[in-house]
Design a protein around this ligand. Structure first.
Ligand SMILES: NC(=O)c1ccc[n+]([C@@H]2O[C@H](COP(=O)([O-])OP(=O)(O)OC[C@H]3O[C@@H](n4cnc5c(N)ncnc54)[C@H](OP(=O)(O)O)[C@@H]3O)[C@@H](O)[C@H]2O)c1
Length: 304
């Protein structure tokens, strides 16, 4: 028996939808949004926010976790749902691979090199990226953009690329470091930022105003809870710290940054703002931000 509620892993989308219909959770007309991530990577936070939003908006839509190791197969299953399929949030590790299966990818997602949102319009799948605006709003809530002229970015995956794009767009000097140096080099070249190379180079990183963790280190979903890649002496050279990791909310990286006197920005704020944009893309309506924020905060409180 699949333990959907624990892992969010779903072997067959059709079987999962039939199960939800059988238990009376949805009707055959209910619209469906899908969280498309790798096995064991589906946190309950996105469904919590999205479903609170659809409830508040009076939309007959259910957002379900459907983690899989078969991206191509899952895209086929989503397409076969027809108009019932409203869209998908795309997460680790599919933000780049998903692009080949879409009918269209918007210019920004193409520039970033990653898609985190898929929208179904009349049977055609369109790719967008709401991570960069989510990160921009989250950082802007706490830090003053005018004070940030330089940034050290750790991580060159989907989140790192979106954040590099956003910071660069703001005219901020960014240096990117990554465990796999080749990936840092490629992202630096593609997004016009400086290449710091592998993580060893971080020890000698030049002082910067903002330091960002865009790796999965520190995350419950990544298996490195309680760890941080950023040396404390690097933190002391910075003014503000942002962690894309949202589970747990208080990561070791942010705890150390706070202790060093930095302004800290939590990943759950990016999660909220990127989800707000997704709700608006899936429904074509304004999202109830307060309702989503309350659902997210209540959930985070319940597990802290
Ligand atoms: N708050 C939000 O709204 C939001 C949105 C998107 C993502 N995120 C979070 O951001 C993090 C990264 O997500 P992503 O989409 O960028 O994933 P991704 O594309 O799979 O990239 C993962 C990144 O983490 C690095 N990494 C993984 N394990 C590592 C380790 N043990 N040591 C050093 N580096 C390691 C990878 O380095 P390599 O290239 O060497 O593998 C890569 O830079 C995740 O925790 C995710 O939950 C948050």
């Amino acid at each position: 028996m699949m333990k959907v509620s624990e892992t969010g892993n779903v072997k067959s989308l059709a079987a999962e939808i039939a199960r939800l219909e059988n238990v009376g959770k949805i009707s055959q007309n209910t619209g469906l949004c899908i969280l498309l991530v790798g096995l064991d990577k589906a946190s309950p936070l996105s469904p919590t926010m999205h479903n609170a939003a659809y409830g508040g908006m009076g939309e007959d839509i259910l957002y379900i976790r459907a983690a899989t190791d078969d991206l191509k197969g899952r895209v086929g299953e989503m397409r076969s749902l027809g108009a019932r399929f409203r869209g998908a949030s795309v997460g680790i590790p599919y933000k780049q691979d998903i692009m080949q299966y879409l009918d269209s990818v918007d210019e920004t997602s193409r520039a970033i090199g990653a898609v985190n949102t898929v929208v179904n319009r009349n049977g055609k799948l369109y790719g967008y990226n709401s991570d960069w605006t989510g990160a921009e709003k989250a950082i802007g809530e706490k830090a003053k953009w005018d004070d940030i002229k330089s940034a050290t970015l750790v991580g060159a995956g989907g989140a790192g690329m979106a954040i590099a794009y956003m910071l660069r767009r703001r005219g901020i000097r960014v240096t990117v470091y990554n465990r796999t140096p080749d990936r840092a080099e490629k992202v630096a070249a593609a997004l016009g930022v400086a290449n710091g190379g592998g993580l060893a180079g971080l020890e000698k990183a030049k002082p910067s105003d903002l330091i960002v963790n865009a790796t999965s280190v520190g995350s419950k979903l990544g298996g490195h809870v309680g760890e941080s890649l950023v040396p404390e002496e690097v933190l002391r050279k910075s003014k503000a710290a942002f962690d894309a990791v949202y589970l747990p909310r208080d990561t070791k990286f942010l705890e150390q940054a706070k202790a060093a006197g930095l302004t800290v920005v939590h990943g759950d704020r990016m999660l909220l703002f990127q989800a707000v944009t997704q709700v608006e893309l899936f429904t074509g309506r304004k999202a109830p931000v307060d309702t989503m924020e309350k659902a997210l905060n209540d959930y985070l409180r319940s597990i802290s």
